[in-house]
Design a protein around this ligand. Sequence first.
Ligand code: G6P
Length: 466
Amino acid sequence: MNLVVVSNRVARGKANEPMTGGLAAALLPVVENSGAVWVGSSGRVRDGAQMEPIAQVEQLGQGALALLDLPAAHYAGYYEGFANSALWPALHSRSDLIRVSQEDYHSYREVNSFVARALLRFQKPDTLFWIQDYHFLSLGAELRALGVKSRIGFFLHTPWPARSVIDSVPNHRELVTAMLAYDLIGFQTEDDRDNFTACIRADLGVLVRDGVVRSRHGHTRLAVFPIGIDADKFAASAAKAASHPDVSRLRRSLHGEKLAIGVDRLDYSKGLVNRINAFDRMWTMHPALLRAVSLLQIATPSRESIEAYGNLQSEVARLVSEVNGRHGEVDWTPIRYLNKGYGQGVLAGLYRSAQVGVVTPLHDGMNLVAKEYVAAQSPVDPGVLVLSKFAGAANELDAALLVNPHDIDGMARTIAMALAMPLNERRMRYEILMTKLRRHSIQQWFADFIESLQDSEAAESVEIGP
Ligand code: G6P
């Protein structure tokens, strides 16, 4: 089998390099071992809109990494514009944050078409293409337009929202039509697949029976593949990380105090403001917890050139300083706020040092931090995961303490409850969660998707609009 995996962001695989997103970090170990060619953006742009795509290819595990310089004229409209200022907010049910122009949409389509041309170089008769995430909704249709007949699969790492929200994205009908060029579309949860089904039924009037869309564009299977992690490998790296200087310095600095940890990209979908408000409320409601527990919040800067992200950065920084001003003392800082990224190896050790992991997004496709926090715990004295019921991970990790991130009082109570949870209950919850993590590993996710793509009906020769 020849496999070509495509994602906007790729990873190169140094355990201690900061990783800004779940997707690239999650894919790295499985892509490395699969012998696939992984194609993505080099992070550089080049002039000349009509330029021929040139990939810089290097070895990655048993396969290769192919990095593309994207066209300078379209990069901002594609990445900052349509992908991250129209699709991302809509997919996370934040239509109020949509800022987009027709030029951005045009650039998005141009970049999809450019990447499709670049992929031809890697095509062999039995190649499977597996396209990742919302940056490339129309890439399959572009490949078909170039005559590609191989199987093409797509996996959406984010949620797919209610129909009314998708309706607020300009050109959404063209995009979902283009998505029907895929033979298989994978979602994180059943809700996402059902929302997508409702959207295409209403928008395109197509038939969906037994999870297969039948339209004049051919057949597309819609299925659910919740992404996982290699829990045992993560557990081993957490145990090993105890000797990492950052981890031992953190532990020494605690003087018996308990620690809660949050690790997120600085993104409005992650619910950081609500989380900090919940800690503020908790210290006010339970003064005994002052000096007894602090929050380590790592917020990795992300998409900084986009206004909504800049605004959030200022808002979170202001809020942290208010809360620290209100509850802090000369020798105690309630919230240790780090506006930077850490490598996975160190993070594993930091998770293991915290008695509570707080993962409270307003909406999230899966959220692998939740899974990593659990896997990093010591089986003899595990910490407690407080998890938003709006993260895809909540479907599997229902033995965590589930919270509504809009209910600040409720979150404050639940965090306090997590801190006081007796050892036998912590162990029982940990065992249940670990069993689930082992059952849905990243290797299984990868294998299930590929198997399902291979089994999908042969691509038909179809014309996809617009
Ligand atoms: C999310 C998206 C990924 C993206 C990551 C980091 O996890 O689903 O596609 O790569 O965020 O975002 P960035 O814009 O830095 O690639």
